[in-house]
Design a protein around this ligand. Structure first.
Ligand SMILES: Cc1cc2nc3c(=O)[nH]c(=O)nc-3n(C[C@H](O)[C@H](O)[C@H](O)COP(=O)(O)OP(=O)(O)OC[C@H]3O[C@@H](n4cnc5c(N)ncnc54)[C@H](O)[C@@H]3O)c2cc1C
Length: 413
């Protein structure tokens, strides 16, 4: 087995999304002057996905947020290989192979291959839309017209944001999910019901607690397991994402939690191979078990962080997950990682007003915090989640949040 030279001279990055492009930029920002090549399947420059289900679908903009401005990669000597799929990894040789069969040697390799939308059996006709790429978003937007009948399969974050955009275009929207409340797996029953009411109040028909089994053969309806049919001009499947582990798996790298297993410093089980972003199942220093996060901030921050380790560092990545969503006139941010089925929910403010904070508590510590249409507490919520300070439900509901981390800081056993 070959081993990398120190310091590295050739760094390859597979996946020109947010994690990959952030890593490439950070390598240059940290002064690395060796070869950096970024391989991406798409024809676009690297871009961020959140605007796709928001501003782009709403028709407010045609472009996503670019990770770096046009021309950045060339100006910084980063070889951006668009339209290039990497098809194989040979870790023992320190080589990757692209779809044309060309071999590329590396000293260090970053796998930042992201996720793809989960497909559902029975939903494979031409009228079925998924949402992952800019091209997906532009194609779907064309169909979200006034009066169109849109059936959304999946009441998770993507399904909820697509419903919001479709209603803004005047479409008739039905959202279907076998789970009885939107976002219930992330937010639990009580907060999930806030999102159910939000969508109902904006005219979405909710068919929750029933599984969709596919489209009718003519593609003009979605069939439900209870025997009913939902007429559809447009079908959107938003059933979650599946990490793109295929390269790593074929190369024999360790997998975990559905992703590529990485240690605290984002190293995979293969020498000189790292992973970051959606695809990385991370041995987080402050969470139990493997943590795999499909959030914008995680991709950006892990991508930036891993650059230092690609250059020889061993620093653990320790940031807590952070997520945001916008639906109609509701904006929210979620920090941390709760288990809503077991953690205690503490509400501050009236959820029916859709201006409130929610906390999840486990053993007297905040595992996650959500702010809905309230924007003044970001630092306090970050600190509460991040410091693991001991707090009570009553303090969370009533006390000055800014004092809690200071007061609880003394007790962080
Ligand atoms: C529509 C949408 C809206 C979202 N909104 C939010 C939000 O509001 N808030 C939030 O926190 N998060 C949001 N997310 C999630 C967030 O955008 C992702 O977690 C983040 O983009 C992951 O970045 P990544 O770089 O790991 O993966 P990706 O962005 O998926 O990038 C991976 C790239 O690798 C390429 N690739 C994969 N395999 C290969 C290969 N073999 N060869 C070459 N290239 C390859 C892919 O084509 C892709 O371009 C949203 C996601 C979507 C889809």
């Amino acid at each position: 087995m070959t081993t990398a030279q120190h310091p590295p001279r050739r760094i390859l990055i597979v996946g020109a999304g947010l994690a990959g492009a952030s890593a490439a930029a950070a390598l240059r920002e940290q002064g690395f002057d060796g070869d950096v090549t970024l391989f991406g399947q798409e024809s676009h420059d690297p871009y961020e996905l959140p605007p796709l289900s928001k501003g782009v679908l709403l028709g407010e903009r045609d472009e996503p947020d670019w990770v770096r401005e046009a021309g950045y990669y060339g100006e910084h000597g980063i070889a951006l290989r668009r339209d290039t799929t990497v098809t194989a990894l040979r870790p023992a040789d320190h080589v990757i192979v692209d779809a044309d069969g060309v071999e590329h040697g590396y000293d260090r390799l970053l796998l930042a291959t992201g996720s793809r939308p989960r497909t559902l059996p029975g939903f494979d006709g031409p009228g079925v839309h998924m949402l992952r790429t800019l091209d997906n978003a532009l194609a779907l937007r064309e169909k979200l017209t006034d009066g169109a009948r849109v059936v959304i399969v999946g009441a998770g974050w993507i399904g909820c944001e697509v419903a919001s955009a479709a209603r803004a275009h005047g479409a008739h929207v039905t959202m279907v999910d076998p789970v009885p409340l939107p976002l219930r797996n992330v937010l639990g029953d009580q907060v999930g019901s806030v999102f159910r009411d939000l969508h109902a109040d904006h005219g979405v028909t909710l068919r929750l607690g029933v599984r969709a089994r596919g489209t009718r053969p003519d593609g003009r309806a979605v069939l439900l397991e209870d025997g009913s049919e939902l007429p559809a001009d447009v079908v959107v499947v938003g059933a979650g994402a599946v990490p793109r582990t295929e390269l790593a798996e074929a190369a024999g790298l360790d997998l975990a939690a559905g992703g590529i297993a990485v240690d605290a410093a984002l190293r995979t089980s293969a020498p000189d191979v790292y992973a970051a972003g959606d695809v990385a199942a991370h041995d987080h220093p402050r969470h139990e078990g493997r943590v795999r996060v499909e959030h914008w901030s995680n991709a950006k921050d892990q991508g930036t962080h891993v650059a230092g380790n690609l250059l020889g560092g061993h620093d653990a990545y320790g940031a807590d997950p952070y997520f945001f969503s916008d639906q109609y006139d509701l904006g929210c941010e979620y920090r941390g990682l709760a288990d809503p089925a077991h953690d205690e929910l503490v509400l501050r403010g009236d959820p029916d007003s859709r201006e409130f904070l929610a906390f999840w508590l486990r053993d007297g510590r905040v595992t996650a915090a959500l702010n809905v249409n309230l924007w003044d507490h970001g630092d306090a919520l970050t600190a509460l989640v991040g410091t693991r300070a001991r707090v009570s439900a009553r303090q969370l509901a009533e006390a000055d949040l800014n004092t809690l981390t200071t007061a609880g800081a003394a007790d962080r056993r």
